[in-house]
Design a binder for this molecule. Structure first.
Ligand code: HCA
Ligand code: CU
Length: 384
């Protein structure tokens, strides 16, 4: 099938890519990556999620001052504070995301459909009133009831979203299903569709290419296919396939692909063999605070299949993307007595050290002991 219309590529190396275990880019590396992506000619660059850490927030500020041809977008929950971050940073596009499947509504947010729709509407309208261009992502779209998904798409469009993105968050689609899903949505909406595919069964590139053939305007990629668990479709494979197999018109500089890929290999402490579907070290690892939080409530929220079937298990990675629930879980496991203050202190300290990409139990224990003895010392001195 030919792809006739002008298609777009969104690179998420700095957001989804940095959610790969072991990956944390420095400010100067992010500047280098953004320049390379811009020279290559991607349409959108997802700069990060400002609320994750101060380090990410300040880096986005710096990246936003780079004069680029690519459009800049930041990731955000349906929270006023996240939307305000995008407004204050002056980034033109916001990528609002919200899990729309029954499990997500129920277990992740504890919301019914009516309240969820209301929240989506209000957040989009608020972002619009504040001058942002909006991509709304239905997270877990591939496990969302199709009629509800259409309802959300229409509501998002009416509230002012400029793009509607379908996320196959746990990577369970295959090309025929992508075609079904996209076809059901495309006839119902006027705004262009995006697709975000995960590689848990090794089908992300095939699914992204199918989405474009079915009429989606933009697909998400990362350099070397980085991302949570098994990552996203790699920039190189998607763009080279579009050029060579689909003969589309484009202005990408394909000669830059090898250089970008080698640069990422050089600066990340990761390897494609770790993100390999099913058997890779990270194929059942979870890093972002939101993911871990949801996993602790319901294991299927970010899993494509039960790892038990493969004699494997879920792992939690702790670094600057971590949240309070992940730390609470580790402390419980380590049998360390905790209160809210201790959790907050640990989370803050971890976020203050973006260079450390794997807080092992030993390191967490040392950190907890440091805060506990400081508390005892200060209690002693206030008694004296
Ligand atoms: C996440 C989940 C996400 C969001 C995609 C999007 C997914 O890590 O927050 O907002 O476009 O796969 O659903 O990456
Ligand atoms: Cu994703």
């Amino acid at each position: 099938m030919r792809i006739n219309k002008k298609i777009e590529i969104l690179d998420s190396t700095l957001r989804e890519g940095e959610q790969t275990p072991g990956v944390s880019f420095t400010k100067s590396q992010k500047i280098e990556i953004v320049k390379m992506l811009d020279d290559f000619g991607v349409d959108f660059i997802e700069l990060g999620h400002p609320a994750v850490s101060k380090d990410i927030y300040s880096t986005i500020k710096l990246l936003n001052s780079e004069p680029l041809t690519s459009e800049k977008i930041v990731h955000a929950r349906l929270k006023k504070s996240d939307i305000d971050d995008a407004v204050n940073l002056g980034v033109p596009w916001i990528g609002l995301f919200f899990g729309t499947s029954k499990d997500y509504l129920h277990d992740k947010y504890n919301l019914d459909e009516k309240n969820a729709l209301e929240m989506i509407k209000e957040s989009i309208e608020y972002a619009k009133r504040n001058g942002l261009k909006i991509r709304f992502t239905a997270e877990d779209a591939s496990r969302t009831d199709i009629d509800f998904l259409i309802k959300i798409g229409k509501l998002a469009e009416k509230a002012g979203a400029d793009r509607f993105s379908l996320a196959d968050t746990v990577g369970i689609l295959y090309p025929a299903k992508v075609s079904e899903l996209v076809s059901a949505l495309i006839s119902e909406l006027k705004i262009p569709l995006h697709m975000h595919c995960h590689n848990d069964f090794g089908l992300a590139t095939a699914n992204a290419l199918q989405a474009l053939q079915s009429g989606v305007k933009c697909v998400d990629v990362t350099i070397n296919g980085l991302g949570e668990r098994c990552g996203l479709p790699p920039l190189a494979e998607v763009t080279a396939a579009l050029d060579e197999l689909f003969k589309i018109d484009h202005s990408w500089d394909l000669k830059k692909l090898k250089l970008m890929s080698s640069y990422i290999d050089k600066i990340t402490k990761t390897d494609n063999k770790y993100t390999r579907p099913i058997t890779g070290k990270y194929s059942f690892s979870h890093k972002a605070g939101l993911h871990v939080n949801a996993m602790l409530k319901n294991q299927s929220s970010y899993q494509s299949m039960s790892p038990k079937k493969l004699a494997r298990r879920h792992r939690i990675i702790i670094d600057k993307y971590t949240g309070r629930k992940a730390i609470q879980y580790r402390l419980k496991h380590l049998k360390i007595e905790y209160d809210d203050q201790l959790i907050d202190n640990i989370v803050l300290e971890i976020k203050r050290n973006p260079i450390i990409t794997n807080w092992t139990d030993k390191k967490i224990m040392q950190l907890a002991e440091k805060f506990i003895s400081a508390k005892i010392e200060s209690a002693k001195s206030s008694v004296l």
